[in-house]
Design a protein around this ligand. Structure first.
Ligand SMILES: [Zn+2]
Length: 385
């Protein structure tokens, strides 16, 4: 038993929740990068196929370790190098389809029932593909992956978010593609990349266009950079959700007795139920939080923010949805009730239609958690018998 273990015998609140039950529980994921989630073995095989010679390791295990060490190194240069490799080996239709297919399979094996996966088409044009070929290759890969998942008796719904790099100047074009493909598997838009010096309002025309088109978008904001970035993303650009948004903490003061006071922006984010796409392990890697145990998710959950749990880059963080939830369950003493709350928060905040969201909440998430609680209850009874 870890020091945070609760003595609860209630299957809804007992913690830490055993990992196999977390995997079994249905999960929803809103913030996951396609180029941050490749299998190490696939990176090796794709590199071989396309004659990519720059990989830092030659077997799957050391390569996987290299990715995670580079991401935890605290050096931005090394962190960015990880994406140079994953993007470097995904410049063909077959490579893009493959990584999308495997992404769907990996998520389903981890018990994810709904996922929004994002990537920037502009990063995959090095070998002559155009944006539409890239978008279609990825959609095709996801369709194959979902079909394989269903053939295996599981269900998974995947929606794609098209990302524009905030350092580039083509956000409007990518936004138009997100609208063009909106009924074909793309469910939204995002901007990502270096935050400092590249405020979201730089791409205001793209966001204004999306709003006129009644389209959904999230913005990476409040990760590396603080409140001005979050404020612009919401009040100027009109973001539906915040990618990370962890720095909203800068607008919350906690006194010696633990009472929190919210500033104007924090209150607005909470009161308008603006979803925060928090990615605990990734936030620790980038220095947005010192540790999982001190991650703002604890306080934000207590204060009633619309908090969601996400993976960001599964390969670089050596993580999965279940692993993130396991870390949180251990660090904060959270039980199945809390994990279900995060999952329903995510599902409520998804970019698919309201009736589809309700369908997943009522027919997959709630019954799925009821099943897992029953299983945990049986184990508790057996232990106490
Ligand atoms: Zn991200």
């Amino acid at each position: 038993m870890s020091p945070t273990s609760s003595v609860s015998h209630d299957p809804a609140t007992l913690s830490p929740v055993p990992l196999d039950l977390i995997i079994q529980a249905p999960k929803a994921l809103l913030h996951d990068h396609l180029d941050g989630g490749l299998r190490p073995q696939t990176v090796l095989e794709l590199a071989e196929e396309v004659g990519y010679a720059d990989l830092p390791a030659q077997d799957a295990e050391s390569l996987g370790r290299w990715f995670s060490e580079a991401a935890y190194s605290g050096s931005l240069e090394r962190y960015l190098e990880t994406f140079k490799h994953t993007v470097g080996v995904t410049q063909t239709v077959s490579a893009l389809s493959r990584v999308a297919r495997e992404c769907a399979e990996d998520l389903a094996a981890d018990g994810v029932v709904y996922a929004e996966i994002r990537y920037a088409p502009e990063l995959h044009i090095e070998k002559g593909l155009n944006e539409r070929q890239i978008i279609e290759a990825v959609l095709d890969g996801f369709a194959q992956g979902v079909a394989a998942v269903e053939a295996g008796g599981r269900t998974l719904r995947v929606g794609v978010l098209l990302t524009a790099m905030r350092t580039a100047a083509n956000a409007r074009q990518i936004a138009e593609l997100a609208v063009e493909y909106r009924n074909k598997g793309v469910v939204g838009f995002d901007i990502a990349g270096a935050e400092a010096g590249f405020p979201p309002t730089r791409h205001l025309d793209a966001f204004e266009y999306l709003r006129r088109e009644n389209a959904h978008f999230t913005i990476h904001a409040g990760e590396a950079f603080g409140l001005p970035s979050i404020w612009e993303a919401i009040q100027w650009c009109g973001a539906d959700r915040l990618g990370h948004g962890v720095r909203i903490m800068d607008d919350i003061t906690v006194d010696a007795s633990g009472n929190a006071t919210l500033g104007g922006l924090a209150a607005y984010v909470r009161d308008r139920r603006i979803p925060l796409e928090l990615c605990p392990s990734s936030n620790v890697q980038t220095g947005a939080s010192d540790s999982i145990a001190t991650h703002p998710i604890g306080l934000l959950r207590k204060l009633g923010f619309r908090v969601t749990v996400n993976t960001d880059n599964r390969l670089m963080s050596g993580t999965s949805m279940s692993h993130e939830m396991e870390l949180l369950s251990e660090a904060f003493g959270w039980g199945l009730k809390d994990l279900e709350w995060f999952t329903i928060n995510a599902m409520k905040s998804a970019f698919i239609s309201f009736d589809e969201r309700l369908e997943i909440i009522n027919h997959q998430i709630k019954p799925g958690y009821a099943e897992v609680r029953a299983e945990l209850s049986q184990r508790i009874n057996k232990e106490n018998a």
